[in-house]
Design a protein around this ligand. Structure first.
Ligand code: ADP
Length: 554
């Protein structure tokens, strides 16, 4: 652009300079009046000066533009390269990590659902936690790139508030216990039964805050506090809402005011080396972004060596037509009503097929397997399954092409297809739905999500087991009880024995067994103390009513 401009100006400028030089050299017309000549001379000098300046400016400008363009070209090339390697890295890492994770998490879930595992339960929990931790890391990095591209959005849905909170608290109850920390889960006010917001993102924020609290505390306790601070009248949409304060407090290492200023920046970690080694510095920056999308902000107050408190207030619309039955947890699903349904699983990796087979066969599904799209097509025609779960990237014939061909056959136009892939690219997800998939199920497969999709596509009525394994997983300090109740997990096997002894009135024996438990594990000492006291007072009825409050997961 400057080049063109310069060319256009250069010719008239040269003419102008030549003309003014003629005037000032006096060769123009000797007859001219002296006054006029002076005026012209002054004008000409001004023109010459201006022309020279203009030329100089053009020259400098041009040089600067050239320099800048060269700099920009280098920077752009660098950015392009960085961007490309970032995308490649993300795609590879995500795919590479998700595939083995599918095996780890899938099997952990299968084993956890089996009824006769007590000893291995803790080990399985660890497998699942580690796997989930890895998955969180991958998702964090993906989230950050979404935030950078301004693509993070909330997907609200209705869900049961207390079950949600208890689920989050459960995770940290265990983590705190493993570290020898106290964990208090306090519900200070009556909570709405169901709310409407992005459950996954809210959980992500809470997990980050609670995770940090446990991570950066060596002694003392972590307190998770939830309270309704305002009831909001219905907005324009006619839906009432509540303002809820979520607060996470710890007695950990704390931060200085200068450190607090930096912690919400991506990749920012503060403090000394051991603290830095423990994370990626992404969590809080993502959490703050999510809370901002929810119309609020995470606040912090902290004192070095004393502890920190993170909190935020969000307006949560109430879920008015929420159906109570949706609380039925899928981990209690033991089968379904009606005829046996046939499911064809198409995946080139045996471990992925094995995960689905092991989840679905015990529920009464008949599972057929195929290792690529071509085999999948043949089996669909010969076996007429009720539903297909297919991978995308496979040798010979991939999932996209297999679905496209299937949808061209009139008898399979409406056959339900779940696309299950480790690809995190929304493009792949959309493309797979465009090609004829009905639902997208990300890998690693989460049992809850899989069962949700099967229920939807096959119109299933689940059969639930009688004894919910986790239904009363945690004791919640409700308003009627003390509002500062420590959560103490009690193994289900012990719990049953205790209840049985209490029911039969064998109070001395009960006291002995509880004392033995407290000796093996001091965290049950308060429970043992309370039982001892009750037994002493022969309060049989009290004993009976007291035990269930300490009930916890297996
Ligand atoms: P990460 O924990 O993975 O390093 P975060 O973004 O979650 O990343 O946190 C950023 C930094 O803020 C942490 O590295 C830590 O120094 C500091 N921090 C966060 N929460 C706490 C806390 N509860 N107590 C002390 N320091 C904290």
């Amino acid at each position: 652009m400057f080049l063109v401009l310069r060319q256009k100006i250069a010719l008239p400028l040269q003419k102008l300079i030549a003309a003014t030089q003629q005037i000032t050299s006096g060769r123009f017309d000797v007859q001219l009046e002296t006054k006029r000549k002076d005026e012209l001379g002054q004008l000409a000098r001004a023109f010459t000066y201006m022309a020279q300046k203009l030329q100089e400016s053009f020259a400098t400008l041009e040089q600067r533009v050239e320099e800048r363009t060269a700099e920009l070209a280098v920077a752009k090339e660098k950015a392009d390269r960085a961007n490309q390697s970032k995308s490649e890295f993300l795609a590879n890492m995500s795919h590479e990590l998700r595939t083995p994770l599918n095996g780890i998490l899938g099997y952990a879930q299968i084993l956890q659902r089996s009824q006769d595992l007590n000893q291995q339960q803790q080990g399985l929990d660890v497998i699942q936690q580690c796997g989930n931790h890895l998955l969180t890391l991958i998702n964090d990095i993906l989230d950050l790139s979404k935030i950078e591209a301004n693509k993070m959005e909330l997907i609200p849905k209705e869900f049961h508030f207390l079950a949600f909170l208890t689920g989050v608290a459960e995770i940290f109850q265990l983590k705190a216990q493993q570290k020898g920390l106290g964990f208090q889960y306090q519900l200070k006010t009556q909570l709405p039964e169901a709310i409407y917001t992005d459950e996954k993102r809210l959980r992500q924020v809470l997990i980050n805050l609670l995770g940090n609290a446990v991570k950066y505390t060596q002694r003392g306790r972590v307190t998770f506090n939830i309270s309704v601070i305002a009831h909001l009248s219905p907005q324009e949409n006619g839906i009432p809402a509540v303002k809820v304060r979520f607060s996470v407090e710890d007695t950990g290492i704390g931060m200085t005011p200068e450190q607090i200023e930096r912690i919400f920046q991506p990749f920012e970690q503060v403090g000394d080396a051991p603290r830095i080694a423990e994370g990626t510095g992404l969590g809080l920056s993502i959490a703050q972004n999510i809370v901002t999308l929810m119309g609020s902000q995470i606040q912090v107050e902290s004192t070095p060596n004393q502890g920190s408190r993170f909190w935020f207030d969000v307006e949560l619309p109430l879920a008015t037509d929420w159906v109570r039955s949706t609380i039925a947890r899928h981990d209690r699903v033991r089968g379904y009503e009606g005829a046996t349904r046939k499911i064809l699983v198409i995946d080139d990796k045996w471990e992925n097929r094995a995960v689905l087979l092991n989840i679905l066969e015990p529920l009464g599904f008949e599972i057929l397997e195929a290792t690529n799209g071509a085999e999948g097509l043949v089996k669909t025609v010969s076996e007429a399954p009720d539903l297909i779960v297919t991978d995308l990237v496979m040798p010979e014939l991939d999932g996209f092409e297999m679905m496209r061909r299937l949808r061209q056959m009139p008898q399979f136009k409406t056959l339900p297809i779940i696309v299950s892939s480790a690809s995190v690219f929304e493009l792949d997800q959309h493309r797979s739905l465009d090609m004829g998939g009905n639902e997208f199920l990300p890998k690693p497969v989460q049992v809850e999500e899989l069962l949700d999709k099967l229920q939807l596509l096959l119109q299933l009525d689940w059969i639930y087991s009688e004894t919910p394994r986790e239904a009363t997983a945690l004791t919640v300090a409700s308003e009627e009880e003390t509002d500062e109740m420590e959560l103490v997990p009690l193994p289900l096997s012990e719990l049953e024995v205790f209840l049985d002894l209490a029911r039969r009135g064998s109070l001395r024996k009960l006291q002995k067994q509880v004392a033995a438990l407290a000796e093996r594990d001091p965290q049950y000492a308060p429970f043992a103390g309370r039982i001892r006291q009750l037994v002493k007072e022969f309060q049989e009825r009290e004993v009976l009513t007291h035990i269930p409050h300490f009930k916890c997961s297996v």
